[in-house]
Ligand binder design. Structure first.
Ligand SMILES: NC(=O)c1ccc[n+]([C@@H]2O[C@H](COP(=O)([O-])OP(=O)(O)OC[C@H]3O[C@@H](n4cnc5c(N)ncnc54)[C@H](O)[C@@H]3O)[C@@H](O)[C@H]2O)c1
Length: 213
């Protein structure tokens, strides 16, 4: 990636549920890249378990990664952005599951993503005086490593619950005539992170090919 884009890139292994790990990742950015200007909270998990069978630990782990992880990431990023006085941008990857129910088995996921959408607004409110904008990006279904496997499990959970959900329902019918790609979502995240969205904070941008119409 460094050579392809002629940029300096550094990798750091971070567990977003562990505040010390998140802080260490942010410190790596400061030490090796000179600071934090843009922070994207992207990590997420989406196990499919029906509500009747949902173990406490699964619920808690989904919220730990998807919601608490966003809080920890935003806090550590904002501490370092405010220290320089330059501000910055925080982008939270939400989901159309932050706007609606999706499929049986995804209650924890839907709850955690609604939480991120709300948190995005409050982060925007509290960080505005620091010159930090906070935006959400809410993708529709996009085939990624994790989501391809999760879709199959979601279909099985729906069938077990007696709900007739087809693969097409789970993947959502796209109004643009094709399924989205990770690059489609990255473009919206880039818009959110760049000065093109300079007037925006607190919004969660639907990158949903019309799914929530
Ligand atoms: N793919 C989709 O259709 C879709 C749709 C809407 C929203 N999203 C959101 O996009 C984001 C990325 O999802 P994806 O589809 O690329 O999934 P993915 O499973 O392919 O990637 C998720 C990544 O999160 C990482 N992760 C999980 N737990 C972590 C932890 N504790 N600490 C650090 N990293 C951790 C995983 O290692 C993995 O690399 C998620 O927030 C997801 O909810 C995806």
């Amino acid at each position: 990636m460094r050579a392809r884009y002629s940029v300096n890139a550094v990798g750091a292994r971070v567990d977003v549920t562990d505040s010390a790990s998140v802080a260490a990742g942010a410190d790596t950015a400061v030490a090796q890249l000179g600071g934090v200007d843009i922070w994207v909270n992207n990590a997420g998990i989406f196990p499919s378990v029906s509500l009747l069978d949902m173990p406490d630990e699964v619920w808690e782990q989904v919220f730990a990664v998807n919601s608490r992880g966003v809080f920890l990431g935003a806090r550590e990023a904002a501490r370092r952005m405010s220290a320089t006085g330059k501000g910055g941008v925080i982008v939270n990857i939400v989901s159309t599951a932050g706007f609606k129910a999706t499929a049986p088995g995804l209650a924890a996921y839907v709850g955690s993503k609604h939480a991120v959408r709300g948190l995005t607004k409050e982060l925007a409110l509290e960080f505005a005086p620091l010159g930090i904008r906070v935006l959400g990006v809410a993708p529709t279904y996009v085939p990624t490593e994790g989501n391809i496997a999760a879709t199959q499990t979601a279909l099985e959970a729906a069938a077990a619950a007696g709900v007739d959900v087809t693969q097409l329902d789970v993947m959502q019918q796209s109004m643009i005539g094709r399924i989205g790609t990770p690059d489609d979502i990255a473009r919206v995240a880039l818009f959110a992170a760049s000065d093109l969205s300079i007037i925006m904070t607190d919004s969660t941008l639907l990158a949903d090919a019309g799914e929530t119409i």
